[in-house]
Design a protein around this ligand. Structure first.
Ligand SMILES: [Zn+2]
Length: 257
């Protein structure tokens, strides 16, 4: 594993992250992702290339727009850096392989979906539909998991959350989980196969309880507030993808007397 390839992965991650910032801002507003080119969200002025270098431009501009002096939110460099870190983890885990490509696509979708869900409490079909189509193509062409594995993943992922959503609706008399979460988990199942789907579901439920509890204790959320579940599903899935094999082996080992 050479320094140069690692550097290439990091730079690719930063550039992808920069594009994800555009997606996160424009998809909920139904704007085109390509036209117009990047602009300041305050003064609408088009930005030149040297103001669009991930992280570096933000630092050089001291987090302010060159033209109108309005603040550029810190989440832009954070999302760029997070994307680079995620790509690096995937590269360490898979090397350059079909699994790497599949999981880069999946994690890219998860990053964009998570932030949009936190901003607007929606999981856009504009991301779920292409993600599902790509997932089907990747499994049928042998790049990701075998198509039967993908099919079981889709059914288990979507089915489990469909079941939980209906139960919680029935018991709590309020919508605990939205249709977006069900579709998201089905799409993830399609890409990762049934084993990691089960692990992702378990982890997201544990993480949901944990994060929900922490937000309540810190009084960031009240008991009746809804917490967007998309980011929690994404986090559980990312942990499954990178550490899943080890986690499953460790778990089975507990019972192997
Ligand atoms: Zn501006």
């Amino acid at each position: 594993m050479s320094i140069l390839t690692m550097l290439a992965v990091i730079i690719t991650g930063l550039l992808f992250g920069s594009f994800f910032n555009v997606c996160i801002y424009r998809i909920p507003k139904n704007e085109s992702l390509v036209f117009p080119s990047s602009y300041c969200i305050h003064c609408n002025k088009s930005l030149v290339w040297y103001d669009l270098i991930p992280v570096i431009s933000w630092i050089l501009l001291k987090a302010k727009c060159r033209y109108c002096n309005n603040r550029i939110p810190v989440r832009y460099p954070i999302i760029e850096t997070a994307t680079a870190v995620v790509f690096l983890f995937l590269y360490f885990r898979f090397g350059f392989s079909g699994a790497f490509i599949t999981n880069v696509i999946l994690c890219s979708l998860l990053i964009v979906i998570s932030v949009i869900d936190m901003d607007c409490q929606i999981i856009p079909n504009e991301l779920i539909v292409p993600g599902t189509i790509i997932g089907i193509i990747l499994s049928l062409t042998g790049v990701s998991v075998h198509w039967t594995d993908a099919l079981f993943g889709l059914l288990i992922g979507g089915g489990t959350y469909f079941f939980i959503a209906n139960i919680s609706q029935w018991v709590l008399k309020k919508e605990g989980m939205g249709g977006g979460d069900i579709k998201l988990m089905a799409m993830i199942g399609l890409m990762v196969g049934w084993k990691l789907t089960i692990l992702s579901i378990l982890l997201s439920i544990y993480l949901g309880g944990l994060i929900g509890g922490i937000l309540l204790v810190l009084k960031i959320k009240k008991r009746d507030d809804t917490i967007p579940f998309g980011p929690i599903i994404a986090l559980g899935t990312f942990i499954s993808i990178v550490f899943g094999k080890d986690l499953i082996a460790w778990y089975l080992h507990l019972f192997a007397y």
